[in-house]
Design a protein around this ligand. Sequence first.
Ligand SMILES: [Zn+2]
Length: 354
Amino acid sequence: MAMSPTSASRIVASLLDEELIKEVHLSQGEEVGRKATYFVPNEHAVFSVGVEIDIGIIRVGLMNLVGDLFVDHSFKTETDEIEKVVEFIERTVSNLILEANISSDRVIGVCVGLPGLIDNELGIVELSAQFNWKQVSLQQMIADKLPYNIYIDNELKLKALAEYVSTSLSYENVVMIGFGNGVGSALITNGEIYRGKDNVSGEIGHMTLDPYGVHCTCGNFGCLQTYIAVDFLLDEASRTRPIKNMDELVESYKQGDRLAVNIIEKAATYAAIAINNVVCAYNPDAVFLSGCLIEDYPEIRALVIEKHLNSTSFPEARSFELQVTQLKGNGVVQGAALSVQRKFIKNLYFKDGA
Ligand SMILES: [Zn+2]
């Protein structure tokens, strides 16, 4: 969009007033003529907080205006009881801001990412099967405790946003697929999270594969996640002997245990099918794989990629890049803090209607 020099000057003046940008004078070699003045973001002007609620763990982080997550922590949690989780968020966010020694009026907001069907506009967790939360007004519950703008969102959508922002390649459409305690996908198109009407776009974990299959947490039968998600794999693996966690199941797989091999092979096959289906739906530039099954278990990651490469997807669909997420454990926290920053920047008021 073209902008007149007057409008540009007004915007720069507003940003300077708000101390969101600062002047930098650079001299180029010989001091001839006027020195050039550059404006750069004032990284310490405002801060945003990202929070991730995951099973047994809560992560928090503080981001400055140039997108650096300069303090972040993760804490083990004993309970998924909603009131306790909200109290824990209140305490850890307050401590984070104290630790960073910034005044609270510089905090532009807190965004909490969690798995499930999240109404980001109303601030309601419609359903989070992982925590067994239904119709929880999480945004309001946190807003009652903390004096900041509070937002909530689906964790995979936030992580996909962080991946999109952090990648140096100029993709237009990027999909992230998460394989872990649930299965989901998130599309970033032209820099924005694609949400659909109720923010449940990309919930591929509940696509029906077999209407007579295993009962899913959503109430339907044979959803995609019943073939891939951790709890379903452990349930199936425990039919012959108790298997406590994925580490045990993967160890049995490595030792060639027939049931474990069968379960992991099947999960990897369905994961490859999921990648193919998502590519057919969105025709993305790149697909990023994430989730604990991909990030924590190289054997499963390699198997999924192998099954994908051997699948018979039509040639045009191969034009995308398949990558594994480069974000470490704090990807959701990064995405959550970034989303607060983006809302803040979009809502900036410029003087004189510029
Ligand atoms: Zn389901």
